[in-house]
Design a protein around this ligand. Structure first.
Ligand code: AP5
Length: 215
């Protein structure tokens, strides 16, 4: 089984949802730069204050900021058996910094979803206010309405950057700065395209079969 993984794909493709499931199934940590930056913002740290403006405009946070936090995270003990990078790298500079830090990847999962579906997925997203489990109001609701499946909490939050206006900027940033990583990793024979259309479990079956096929 491949365990040093990266999730690539546009905003709303389902990277975080699939990474959460994989993390549980494989017992390896999900390392989401978006989650780390949102936690820093909520805690009011200098990092969070610096990142907040970029995130609210749907722009990428500067490379040196993000590279620093990922490098620090990757030396923690729980990454020894593997990890799932979710939302990092997303520029060529970040990908090169990862390679220069001698962090090798086994596979890059490129979650492919048409643009019109991305907007629907993002604008319907909600997360448990306690454990951060991600849901969608229509496509992926909790089993019992208003109650988190994972922790039983009854409050949910939405992300400040999940508005139609900000999504346009996030998609532009993805096309201009992140999409070139597809050919970067394809050239290294690491890129594995996953059809991200279908329900969450169907996509997870596709992801696992890609990873097991090479294990
Ligand atoms: P980040 O948090 O990484 O957001 P993103 O890349 O825009 O990705 P999303 O979290 O929106 O989408 P996702 O693919 O994880 O989808 P999800 O699984 O939640 O980044 C946010 C910001 O932080 C950036 O704009 C930037 O400013 C900054 N940042 C982060 N990393 C950075 C970096 N490396 N460099 C610079 N800046 C950085 O699913 C979406 C919705 O769809 C959910 O509601 C879910 O329930 C639903 N869903 C998922 N799968 C399915 C399915 N199969 N069927 C139906 N619904 C589904």
């Amino acid at each position: 089984m491949l365990t040093r993984l990266m999730m690539l794909g546009p905003p709303g493709a389902g990277k975080g949802t699939q990474a959460q499931l994989l993390s549980k199934k494989l017992g390896i940590p999900q390392i989401s730069t978006g989650d780390m930056l949102r936690a820093a913002k909520a805690a009011g740290t200098d990092l969070g204050k610096e990142a907040a403006g970029y995130m609210s405009r749907g722009e990428l946070v500067p490379d040196e900021v993000v590279v620093g936090i990922v490098k620090e995270r990757l030396v923690e003990d729980d990454t020894a058996g593997g990890f799932i990078l979710d939302g990092f790298p997303r520029t060529l500079v970040q990908a090169e910094a990862l390679a220069e830090a001698s962090v090798s990847l086994d596979a890059v999962l490129d979650v492919v979803v048409p643009e019109e579906l991305l907007v629907e997925r993002i604008t319907g997203r909600m997360s448990c206010a306690n454990c951060k489990q991600v849901y969608h109001r229509t496509f992926n609701p909790p089993e019992v309405e208003g109650v988190c499946d994972k922790c039983g909490h009854t409050e949910f939050t939405t992300r400040a950057d999940d508005t139609r206006e900000v999504v346009v900027s996030r998609l532009e940033a993805y096309r201009a700065q992140t999409e070139p990583l597809r050919s970067y990793y394809a050239n290294q024979d690491l890129l594995k395209a996953v059809d991200g259309v279908g329900d969450v479990d169907e996509v997870q079956v596709r992801v696992l079969s890609l990873l097991e096929g090479d294990g």
